[in-house]
Design a binder for this molecule. Structure first.
Ligand SMILES: Nc1nc2c(c(=O)[nH]1)N[C@H]1C(S)=C(S)[C@@H](COP(=O)(O)O)O[C@H]1N2
Ligand SMILES: [Mo]
Length: 454
């Protein structure tokens, strides 16, 4: 394959000191270190002419298992008695996976109640985010609300204002759908320049789940909502942040908007809005109101604080763009990505995530030479609308520096922009809706850095 000489003059790197900040350096080191050393020594042994694994000799870098040469010397787990059935009733990951955690970006917020934790995208497979690793965004802290006391009200332009208990909602016909939720501020730190080192911090405000609940349109019909003149719905959260967002009736009428209680086969997690949240596929996270207690039908947008002061986009000409609801087509390579280290040259599976708030992903192109040449990645199934799609690409690293990028196209034909294209349209002073192409610089020593190409 035609390997790049990386256009180093065009590369913007993160300020070095960020990497030494508490919590950042450990993202990949813990847990992974052992395996790295093991593989390194396997390579060394192979180079020294010892048991050269066949796969390596053929240029496949994945070494065969080393292990004890005395095959009769079985490990303890092959001889002894294992542990009894799980007695605490709810399973947990292996202790060896303890480094796979949601993480807070150091210094990003003053309090943990008005803050964010980022999902460890670099450690996940497939398209579903385990519920315990789903990113969190709270404006006023999270609550574990007693579902027997929770109520959901419908009022405004309806014939019969109604109040539902959770039991009443859960008796109704339900749907289960796979969708991503992405905070509008995902990748916000990167608007001006490179700011954070890992994909967990650049893109970790996206997660993807199977959500279960009742289509909002069903509930509105029960209440006799005026679906002709009622062009908007206000959704209101039940906790102290007074989270209120205007949802266009056109989205609700399609049946896609769900009043959800289920997430990945069980009830929502408290952090994610237990016992009830709004699911608004394709729309930025802020509209997915948690602890949902009320919707009101109206004939114009409400322009609440979270849609007049916050969640607006400062444009290059100084005006503000309001109600920019949709999360446009975007993708990111999650491995190899910033903070990870390539063990040695040879084969790697380049893998990542692509999504669009307008529909399905049509294709993802991947470049390993900073965007000069592109190859089409394999899309893993299922490819679902307004859901994460996993992509993979075979890559043989020759040990030279390389810049890895992904560029998604959705089924409307929208192509994910470069930073230059995005900044031409949107300037550099925005917070929300940064869907630019991400670049990871693979250095000759195998270390990977977040960079931007100007
Ligand atoms: N009631 C309530 N709903 C809320 C919020 C909140 O603070 N309170 N935050 C919003 C924002 S900005 C986002 S990005 C998503 C985050 O959902 P998650 O915490 O389940 O990831 O919830 C939205 N809904
Ligand atoms: Mo958000």
């Amino acid at each position: 394959m035609n390997q790049p000489d990386v256009p180093s003059g065009r590369i913007k790197k993160a300020p070095e000191n960020f990497l030494t900040r508490e919590g950042i350096k450990t993202v990949f080191a813990e847990g992974r270190q052992g395996r790295r050393n093991f593989i390194r020594s396997a390579f060394a042994a192979a180079a020294a002419g010892a048991t050269a694994p066949l796969a390596m000799a053929q240029g496949n870098p994945v070494p065969a298992e080393g292990g004890d040469p005395n095959i009769l010397n079985l490990p303890e787990h092959a001889k002894g008695l294992g542990q009894g059935v799980v007695t605490d009733g709810y399973g947990k990951p292996s202790k060896y996976e303890a480094n796979v955690q949601r993480r807070q970006s150091p210094g990003l917020t003053q309090t943990t109640q008005a803050s964010v934790s980022f999902a460890p995208l670099q450690s996940l497979f497939g398209i579903i985010t385990p519920s315990g690793l789903h990113f969190e965004r709270h404006h006023q802290g999270w609550w574990d609300i007693d579902p027997s006391k929770h109520r959901f009200m419908i009022n405004g332009m309806v014939k019969r204002p109604m109040v539902f208990t959770m039991d009443e909602i859960m008796r109704l016909p339900s749907v289960s759908r796979f969708h991503f939720i992405e905070c509008g501020a995902n990748t916000a730190a990167e608007w001006g320049n490179v700011a954070v080192p890992t994909v967990q911090y650049t893109h970790g405000m996206i997660s993807c789940s199977e959500f279960t609940g009742v289509p909002l349109i069903t509930l509105l019909e029960l209440a006799g909502a005026d679906l002709k003149n009622g062009k908007f719905v206000l959704a209101e959260g039940g906790e102290g942040s007074a989270m209120t967002r205007t949802i266009p009736m056109s989205l609700i009428r399609s049946g896609e908007v769900i009043v959800a209680y289920g997430q990945n086969g069980e009830m929502l997690r408290p952090e994610n809005g237990y016992p009830l949240r709004l699911v608004v596929p394709g729309v930025q996270g802020v509209s997915w109101v948690k602890y949902l207690r009320r919707v009101e039908v109206g004939d114009k947008p409400w322009a609440t604080k979270d849609e007049a002061i916050h969640y607006i986009d400062l444009m290059p000409d100084g005006t503000h763009r309001q109600y920019s609801n949709i999360q446009e087509c975007k993708s990111v390579v999650t491995t190899p990505s910033g903070g990870q280290v390539l063990l040695d040259k040879g084969f790697y599976n380049v893998t990542g995530l692509a999504w669009s708030g307008r529909g399905k992903i049509r294709k993802v192109d991947v470049s390993v030479d900073g965007g000069r040449n592109w190859r089409e990645a394999r899309l893993e199934t299922p490819v679902l609308s307004k859901c994460i799609t996993r992509f993979n690409l075979d890559w043989v690293w020759d040990g030279k520096s390389a810049i890895i990028q992904s560029r998604a196209t959705d089924d409307t034909g929208f192509v994910q922009p470069t930073y230059r294209q995005l900044r031409d349209a949107r300037g550099t002073r925005s917070i929300y809706h940064n869907n630019a192409i991400q670049s990871w610089l693979v250095q000759e020593n195998g270390e990977i850095k977040n960079v931007q190409l100007s």
